[in-house]
Design a protein around this ligand. Structure first.
Ligand code: PXP
Length: 246
């Protein structure tokens, strides 16, 4: 069964828009995470960015305390956040690239260029009993480097696929890249997640990608929740995901 990890960063973004610098405020991303779990989500993803623009340290601590499923901590491969992850002990960390000026995580991690330091972080997490996923573009060199670096998972960046979804030739090309990368990762013993820009419309064609374990979805779910509520939004997405045959 294809699993759903809900990214709750966007709930924190809304809170910070009004309550930045406060120790509390609404909407509460931890409460949102609990509603997602109750609706059937298989895990919760939160990105503790270096600039703390949305999720705060206290959110991650509270998530660790209350979640009944899995906490996936997205993070840059930088000393401060690595230490926080080792202390908070999420079930899995997803290492992502971070740029201050970006609106969201724009590209994949360059594992080829950063292999040595990423491998060190993978080893530290492994020693602590924390799984590691690397958020990469569907590029075969990046998949191979991820396997060498010692992560258990990759998360394929579906942002380019989603961005060009309405341009058929480009969509087909991006799907082929995702399919080839998923196959290669599977052959190399990696487990495959995917995420970024996924919504109810572009989800089903993605089912051509084999070996998917989990999808991480945030923005479209929170957007849908504004009208339908968080519980319904998660249930709708889970219903659509039942069509995946692997
Ligand atoms: N996966 C990763 C690694 C991400 O950085 C993000 C965005 O924060 C997502 C999934 C979810 O993307 P979206 O909010 O577009 O669904």
């Amino acid at each position: 069964m294809l699993k759903l990890g809900v990214n709750i960063d966007h709930v924190a973004t809304l809170r910070e828009a009004r309550y930045c610098g406060w120790t509390h405020g609404e909407p509460d991303p931890v409460l949102a995470a609990q509603v997602c779990e109750a609706a059937g989500a298989h895990g919760i993803t939160a990105h503790l960015r270096e600039d703390r623009r949305h999720v705060q340290d206290r959110d991650v601590r509270r998530l660790r305390d209350v979640l009944k499923t899995r906490l996936n901590l997205e993070m840059a491969n930088v000393a401060e956040i690595v230490e926080i992850a080792l202390k908070i002990h999420p079930d899995i960390v997803c290492i992502v690239p971070e740029r201050r000026m970006e609106i969201t995580t724009e590209g994949g991690l360059d594992v080829v260029a950063g292999e040595k330091s990423i491998a060190e972080t993978c080893q530290r997490m492994k020693d602590a009993g924390i799984e590691v996923s690397l958020f990469i573009s569907p590029d075969e060199a990046q998949v191979e480097a991820s396997a060498r670096a010692g992560s258990q998972f990759i998360e394929l960046h579906t942002g380019t696929y989603a961005e060009h979804f309405h341009d058929e030739p480009r969509r087909v090309l991006e799907l082929q890249r995702l399919i080839a990368s998923a196959r290669l990762a599977h052959d190399l013993g990696l487990k495959v997640n995917a995420g970024h820009g996924l919504n109810c419309l572009n989800l089903t064609p993605l089912f051509h990608v084999p070996h998917l374990v989990e999808l991480n979805i945030g923005h479209s779910l929170i957007s849908r929740a504004v009208f339908a509520g968080m519980e319904s939004a998660v249930k709708e997405m889970l219903g659509l995901m039942q069509g995946y045959c692997g």
